[in-house]
Design a protein around this ligand. Structure first.
Ligand code: PLP
Length: 399
């Protein structure tokens, strides 16, 4: 078969009729190099990886092995510990259901921070409703950082499974994984670490912090959607609580191959990407502060993801600003599952931020293909949008 050629735009610029894309926490564009690997796995190496009778199947199996290697390299674990899933949500459900499945019959004591992703919160809450778990909450401070005293107290009372994300998907706060792992280990708790946003942006080394379950998603790191991984040396599908199928479904080889390539690129280029995005993020922050002195930067600035900027303009409703930016700059009011829904953010609430700060919150996420020109233009657009909304509000209150 001839080699695969795919539609290739002149560059991977993210400035098109939908505007400048600054919502990389929600999802990232697939890197062209990843897309080529996916395409090849769809049209050339399309064999069913479960069919071992011929070389088509073998080629599919080989692609999965290669992807496992690259995923494992990114987080420094054994290839055999990589279990591919349909994304982080499924990986989280499987991990919690596995922990329930291997528990000794008592409800599993799940410790979890109040700022975990809904995939963790909802699964844990469901386990509790079914009488399979008891939830123990860990507080965070106004900077979204974990309250270590609250964690130590909870560990003293007894936790079986501690769920702490590596970095927050809304405000970008990075959690001190090795310190938390040390405390959990001393307290006899296993850990589930949701590294969906952190992978490739924060060093994660499972040889140093061998947590029980690590969660990854491909579409946050320039890979395709619908693929993720549960990394665990003890995970066994037959021990998952409930009626989950034990039959091995046909693997999503193109997606898995794409996730592998995305991890390979992250391992190779992540450091450079992170330095670039952090610099541009800092520039954007300074430009906005210079124009909008009332702007508040939320969460810890010293300990945040390199592509994250979370701000509030007190008294200026974020939904109006986002509406005004539609087609110009894509930013969000909060997490993807919440934005547009006008529901309060559980993260900002847990941080104890004032209603004004919560209502004026904007999440900005830069990415691999963001340019300095994008930042200059976005700063001007965001400033104009905020000024417009402010004067419209003033006008209506003067009426
Ligand atoms: N965990 C975190 C921290 C996330 O940001 C997300 C997605 O936004 C998820 C889990 C769910 O990931 P997926 O879309 O792969 O199911």
């Amino acid at each position: 078969m001839n080699s695969v050629s795919i539609f290739r735009p002149a560059s991977q610029s993210l400035r098109n009729t939908s505007g400048i894309y600054l919502d990389h926490h929600s999802t990232t564009p697939v890197d062209q190099r990843v897309a080529e690997v996916v395409m090849r796995a769809m049209v050339e190496d399309f064999g069913n990886a479960n069919s071992i009778d011929h070389t088509y199947g073998e080629a599919g199996r080989h692609l999965i092995e290669r992807a496992s290697f690259h995923v494992a390299q990114l987080v420094n674990c054994d290839d055999a510990d990589v279990h591919f899933t349909s994304g982080s949500t499924e990986a989280i459900r499987l991990a919690i259901a596995h922990a329930v499945g291997v528990a000794d019959g008592r409800p599993l004591r799940i410790g979890l921070s109040r700022v975990e992703h809904p995939a963790v919160l909802d699964t844990a809450a469901r386990a509790e409703r079914l009488g399979l778990a008891r939830l123990i909450w860990i507080d965070v401070g106004t900077d979204a950082q974990l309250d270590m005293a609250s964690l130590q107290e909870a560990l003293k009372d007894g936790i079986d499974l501690l769920c702490i994300m590596a970095a927050n998907n809304e405000v970008g706060t990075i959690y001190p994984l090795s310190e938390i792992f040390g405390l959990a280990e001393a307290g006899g708790a296993l850990m589930l670490v949701d590294a969906t946003q952190a992978a490739g942006r924060v060093p994660i080394d499972l040889a140093e912090t061998p947590v029980e379950y690590l969660i990854l998603s491909s579409h946050k790191i320039y890979g395709p959607k619908g693929v993720g991984a549960l990394i665990s040396s003890t995970y066994d599908a037959s021990q998952v609580h409930g009626l989950a199928a034990t039959h091995d479904a046909t693997p999503n080889v193109p997606g898995i191959a794409g996730m592998g390539e995305a991890c390979r690129l992250m391992a190779e280029e992540g450091l450079t990407d992170n330095r670039r995005t952090a610099e541009m993020r800092d520039t954007l922050q300074s430009m906005l502060i210079a124009k909008l002195p009332e702007l508040v930067v939320n969460a810890s600035q010293a300990n945040r993801l390199p592509h994250s900027l979370h701000i509030s303009i007190p008294g200026v409703p974020n939904d109006l600003v986002v509406q005004r930016l539609r087609g110009r700059v894509a930013v969000s009011t909060g997490a993807a599952c919440m934005s547009g829904a006008q529901s309060a953010s559980h993260v900002l609430q847990a941080m104890g931020l004032s209603q004004e700060i919560q209502n004026g919150a904007l999440r900005i996420g830069l990415g691999r293909f963001t340019t300095q020109d994008d930042i200059t233009l976005a700063a001007a657009e965001i400033e104009a949008a905020i000024i417009d909304v402010k004067s419209a509000l003033k006008g209506s209150s003067d009426d």
